[in-house]
Design a binder for this molecule. Structure first.
Ligand code: PEP
Length: 252
């Protein structure tokens, strides 16, 4: 694993031409000596995955999907399997993003099944978890995280095949796209808990990396990076603007 990982989640905000342009800029950025120790992963929409994988051939930049099917194959119109993602060059896949939990009613169990399919296709899952504004207000953050994580940890512990690396992205729902970020002390408490929980609940020999996501930009990233156990960032809005993304990568 490189010193830090920066995952760009472009959501449905970047059409193919813009995605290719941004990819070319990121390719130049990562060719720079200063960034050799850093890992970036670009997560475009499904149709952009294959052309971007071609553009990034023989570069260390990772390619991630934003979602995958919980099924292997079959009559599931509109779904995309983990195996197809692997065939177009994906080595990462975001699962359980709060937008999928909210708008597409994905449960922890569905997300756990997706993780299982990704393992089968040798794709590293980037598993998103995070509390709602109400849970945050009621001081139920750690409880919410445990409820989301445990079904997934169970799948991982029982999986015959497991990917080499596992990424857990803590994204407070109330921080996504709002400009709000938890204060440093609160973030540290959460990451201390996450680190300890993952260490004790996950069977050994898995490489687990903890990411933070939610309003990461060039103004917030330095403070967030000081929190112990944060191995990288999941960046939404600020990853759509090359200059902002570049600043994030160089500042933290
Ligand atoms: C996200 O949606 O994963 C995200 C982190 O968004 P933003 O950076 O825009 O808050």
């Amino acid at each position: 694993m490189k010193s830090r990982i920066y995952v760009a989640n472009w959501k449905m905000n970047m059409p193919l031409d813009g995605a290719l342009e941004l990819t070319k800029q990121c390719k130049k950025l990562m060719a720079h000596q200063d960034n050799k120790e850093k890992q970036i992963v670009l997560c475009p929409t499904f149709p952009a995955l294959y052309p971007i994988a071609k553009l990034l051939q023989s570069t260390p930049i990772g390619i991630g999907a934003q979602n995958c099917s919980e099924h292997e194959m079959g009559a599931y119109t509109g779904e995309v399997s983990a195996q197809s993602l692997s065939q177009v060059g994906c080595t990462y896949c975001i699962v359980g993003h709060s937008e999928r939990r909210n708008y597409f009613h994905e449960t922890n169990e569905i997300i756990a099944r997706k993780v299982g399919k990704l393992f089968g296709a040798a794709i590293n899952p980037i598993i998103c978890i995070g509390e709602t504004a109400k849970e945050h207000k009621d001081n139920k953050t750690l409880q919410a995280l445990e409820q989301q994580l445990d079904p997934i940890i169970n799948v991982i512990n029982n999986a015959e095949q497991c990917s080499d690396e596992l990424y857990i992205a803590y994204e407070p729902v109330w921080a996504i796209g709002t400009g709000k970020v938890p204060d440093k002390a609160t973030l540290q408490t959460t990451f201390n808990w996450l680190h300890a929980h993952v260490q004790s609940a996950l069977q050994p020999a898995k490489s687990v990396y903890l990411l933070y996501g939610g309003s990461v930009d060039e103004h917030t990233v330095k403070d967030i990076a000081e929190v112990q156990y944060i191995d990288g960032f999941l960046v939404g809005g600020a990853s759509l603007d090359f200059q902002k993304f570049k600043n994030i990568v160089s500042l933290a």
